[in-house]
Write a protein that binds this ligand. Structure first.
Ligand code: NAD
Length: 295
């Protein structure tokens, strides 16, 4: 049993805390929103009055925050920065989706103060966070990974060591860029079939059994009526928001620029999601990009 500080109790962090508690760990939970702290207490966590309290005397400190600026401010640059509070025995795990450059910078500052920090972003969405089936992509040393692994396994099913510091964030950006390309490409093909009189369920089945097969066709069909239990069957509510996909594609484009990696398909997918978001669809599931093709 470990004592774990957890900061950021939103859509993802809340259920992740519940799973750590279920696994028998003591969790000291903090969020800027007292309502979120209250929910964590209902799930069996101890409520902390401040981030500093959550980070003191813990074996692990996990953060699940919106973006890189929040993580860097909390740990390094902000008032009461936690790298001045945590003990050198604490492993700091950031599971937020942030840019790899910030993750590496934060890890370097940590190392200079004798503090161990890994980036460990997740895939699997809110459903995966609730079910405890997230995929974690960890950037750090083999030793750090070995230490983080059993804790991450309480919240996820597949725990990968992606490589050195920042590698988790790089893997996450690559994966989500590919997902956006798959989704927009699948919508494009399905819409062309529909326009030419094909039944989308029949076309989906054909492509699933042929060389166009991909994850979106297998488990996340974007056309309403083809699949049950997916956002397209529920007016594109729930699931993975267009806003978050757009954020992740921004991170992928930053990475492509920094590394001079050509990403014409990724940048096209980002333009499509940008247009879709600009039409007021940021809060819908990302498979709603199908509507952009159907307008
Ligand atoms: P969210 O907005 O629901 O939760 C973020 C929480 O952080 C909020 O409760 C907010 O009050 C809190 N917070 C912000 N700054 C804080 C601070 N300085 N101290 C304490 N609390 C602070 O976001 P989410 O959906 O839980 O996503 C969290 C991260 O996970 C993001 O980086 C996101 O990109 C990533 N992610 C989300 C999903 C998803 O489907 N929602 C999937 C994969 C990855």
């Amino acid at each position: 049993m470990a004592t774990i500080g957890f900061i950021g109790l939103g859509n993802m962090g809340g259920p992740m805390v519940a799973n750590l508690v279920k696994a028998g760990h003591i969790v000291k939970a903090f969020d800027l929103s007292p309502v979120q702290v209250g929910k964590a207490i209902d799930d069996g966590a101890q409520g902390a009055q401040s981030a500093q309290e959550a980070a003191t005397d813990v074996d692990f400190l996990v953060s699940m925050l919106p973006a890189g600026k929040h993580v860097e401010s909390l740990l390094v640059t902000g008032e009461g920065a936690l790298f001045d509070v945590v003990s050198p025995n604490t492993l700091v795990i950031d599971s937020s989706t942030i840019d790899a450059a910030t993750a590496k910078r934060v890890a370097e500052v940590g190392a200079s103060k004798g503090i161990s920090f890994v980036d460990a972003p997740v895939s699997g969405g809110v459903g995966g966070a609730v079910a405890g089936t997230l995929a974690f992509m960890v950037g750090g040393t083999a030793e750090q990974f070995a230490k983080a692994q059993p804790i991450l396994a309480c919240m996820g099913k597949n725990i990968f060591h992606a490589g050195e510091s920042g590698a988790g964030q790089i893997a996450k950006a690559c994966n989500n860029m590919l997902l956006a390309i798959h989704m927009t490409g699948t919508c494009e093909a399905l819409n062309m079939g529909l326009k030419n009189g094909l039944d989308p369920a029949v076309l989906s089945e054909i492509m699933k059994q042929s060389s166009g097969n991909n994850w979106t066709l297998q488990v996340y069909n974007p056309v309403p009526g083809v699949m049950d239990g997916v956002p397209s069957a529920n007016d594109y509510q729930g699931g993975f928001q267009v806003d978050l996909m757009f954020k992740d594609l921004g991170l992928a484009m930053e990475l492509s620029q920094q590394s001079a990696s050509p990403t014409p398909m990724g940048s096209q997918a980002r333009a499509l999601f940008n247009l879709h978001k600009a039409k007021g669809n940021g809060g819908l599931d990302f498979s709603s990009v199908m509507r952009l093709y159907q307008e």
